[in-house]
Design a protein around this ligand. Structure first.
Ligand SMILES: C[S@@+](CC[C@H](N)C(=O)[O-])C[C@H]1O[C@@H](n2cnc3c(N)ncnc32)[C@H](O)[C@@H]1O
Length: 375
């Protein structure tokens, strides 16, 4: 998208160099041309990647089961579900449809808030919800910006699937034993990278707090937006849970698994590349989520860790096999559902973090040890 590229070049010329996070912010979230603000088909067969809700509705049904359990644990009071970054609304639709069908008392006691910045996606969510006859008063739409959320404090659950990985990241690397930040500049040959001093925000917000130690030549990403978001979430959560599903790992796991290269990748038409400066606005740019960062930020903001596990564990513990048994089992369905929990599919790379606030020692089915499952 030439127009967006030109706008980024203009910004770089004005400032000399910009942190990579600013490049990523423009490429993904420029109000008109950013990847996540356009009408582009992003997810699914004709898009750039698949997400769990687009694989099979069983995913949403199991999340609905989880939410109903949280509602019971919290004493069956009025419960608000806040979904961040709902894209076209598949997850929201599967959850509401399942609650309506399987948990009628819960259905009468919950409200769903969608927080979605893409105006085209919001229209598609409305159409999808109309198709399952969800009444207007069940769902409302709100916004999230650096000033926080546009709704009052809630009791319930903040839910997100693949939201955090889509937030802009700063990039750091160790050069001659000194930690440097990667900036983006431009000349006649195109975009190029400059290593320079780490921005004060990154230094204060992350390095000093979490004391990361990298070896010579190693690269890593710092997601300041994730920590900011979680602080705002905790402010708005009077009582309840935060359920975050995304790909990533603990800090240790990320560096063990991904070595020195960092985890930043681009997705374009179901292929992965590291050409970050190609096709701005037309390809996704994403980094693995550092769940240790979310756990630590959460703790200092008043959120306790309920549990952290792999998506495979979580879905098996919630009963994905039993549900599959009771579903129309054509081979295509079996393979799709298997992909959700198979270690070589989405099962191991995706993780589930649950945090809670003002709930006494909650025991959730999805976090129970797998040896307790009757196979
Ligand atoms: C990778 S997509 C996740 C899609 C969806 N959750 C799924 O599982 O298919 C990230 C979503 O977050 C949304 N998003 C990013 N920043 C946002 C913000 N500040 N407020 C609301 N939505 C945001 C994007 O528009 C996009 O729909």
């Amino acid at each position: 998208m030439e127009l967006l590229r030109d706008l980024i070049i203009k910004e770089v010329h004005k400032k000399g160099k910009i942190p990579f996070a600013e490049f990523m912010q423009m490429a993904l979230y420029h109000p008109k041309y950013g990847y996540y603000n356009s009408d582009k088909e992003r997810v699914g067969r004709f898009g750039d990647y698949y997400t769990s809700p687009t694989v099979h509705r069983i995913f949403g049904e199991l999340i609905a089961k989880q939410l109903e359990e949280m509602w019971r644990i919290m004493g069956k009071e009025t419960f608000t579900i806040v979904e961040m970054g709902a894209n076209k609304g598949w997850l929201c639709c599967d959850i509401i449809h399942s609650i309506k069908k399987e948990y009628p008392v819960f259905y009468d006691n919950f409200h769903y808030i969608i927080v979605e910045s893409n105006p085209y996606a919001r229209e598609k969510q409305k159409l999808l919800l109309e198709s399952i006859h969800v009444t207007d008063e069940k769902v409302s739409w709100h916004t999230y910006s650096e000033d926080g959320f546009s709704f009052d404090r809630i009791r319930g659950c903040f839910l997100s699937n693949e939201f955090v990985d889509a937030l802009p990241v700063h990039r750091l690397k160790v050069k001659n034993k000194v930690l440097k930040e990667i900036y983006v500049s431009y000349n006649d040959s195109g975009f190029f990278e400059i290593d320079d001093e780490v921005s004060p925000d990154v230094s204060k917000g992350y390095i000093e707090t979490f004391q990361i130690h990298l070896s010579e030549g190693w690269e890593c990403e710092v997601n300041l937006g994730a920590a900011e978001w979680l602080k705002h979430v905790s402010e708005k959560l009077r009582k309840g849970f935060v359920l975050t599903i995304d790909y990533g790992d603990t800090t240790d796991g990320l560096y063990r698994e991904n070595g020195s290269d960092g985890t930043l990748r681009c997705y374009y038409k179901h292929t992965v590349n590291r050409d970050y400066y190609e096709r701005p606005g037309e390809q996704d740019i994403t980094a693995h989520v550092d769940f240790t960062n979310l756990m630590n930020t959460g703790r200092s903001a008043g959120l306790e860790v309920t549990g952290f596990t792999k998506q495979s564990h979580y879905l098996l513990a919630l009963g994905i096999l039993e549900r599959l048994n009771n579903t129309n089992k054509d081979i295509e369905t079996i393979l799709k559902v298997k992909n959700l929990f198979h270690p070589e599919g989405m099962g191991d790379v995706f993780k589930v973090l649950i945090q809670h606030k003002n709930v006494e020692n909650p025991q959730l089915t999805g976090l129970r040890p797998l040896h307790s499952l009757a196979m």
